[in-house]
Write a protein that binds this ligand. Sequence first.
Ligand SMILES: [Zn+2]
Ligand SMILES: [Zn+2]
Ligand SMILES: [Zn+2]
Length: 262
Amino acid sequence: MPTNQAAKVTFMGTGTSHGVPMIGCDCGVCTSSDPRDKRTRPSVLVETAGKTILIDTPPELRLQCVANDVRHLDAVFFTHAHADHVMGMDDLRRFNWLSKSAIDCYGSKPTLDAISKTFAYIFDGDCDYPSYKPSLNLHPIDDAPVDIGGASILPIPLMHGPLPVLGYRFGNIAYCTDCNVIPPDSMKRLQNLDVLILDALRDKPHPTHFNLVEAVAMAARIGAKQTYFTHIAHALGHKKTNENLPAGMALAYDGQVVQSPL
Ligand SMILES: [Zn+2]
Ligand SMILES: [Zn+2]
Ligand SMILES: [Zn+2]
């Protein structure tokens, strides 16, 4: 793993599957005027070794790309096929138009199989309106590093309750969303990080996500120089939560940019 590869990450979305504010909720975070309490569904944009890589295609993908002025993608990596991570896939066709080329998409075979079923109109080859669907090349991956024109991406196998998902490491930044168990072999892949981005859903325990106490303990074990938590539910207000987190740990917010080396 070439850990001297510089990387820049933009948080496209930091919210859990419902987003924040949630539909029909009047709680203090959902009604907060702090822009950092507005969370779209989870995704990051990675710029590394001259390549621009999107991780997941959440429902607000168009809004996220407009807000962050994203105009080109070299590849898309998927963590898993849950709705909050894939339902913006149709917006990728805009990048086909801009680059006049298909987009290479990577994920585990089960993830890509699920995506192919969910988006049959894209992948079944019988669409009546080919110019209105994204042009995507699916590439199944395992846990071996993937090279995107000189940019190395290391998959990090994680458990999201019973579901295997993939996190990804690019240089000394790792993105590990939707997980509550990190297997020993994957812990080895998370050594010497500048920045760890880790799932932290809420205070209460959850069967498939780290809660905040578990995420803080795991972040301390991994020992990145800086940890940012993501996939955040409305139970965690940005300002108040950050005031109580250990040094070197913070909730992320939509639009935040982090870089390595620090
Ligand atoms: Zn999720
Ligand atoms: Zn709420
Ligand atoms: Zn999930």
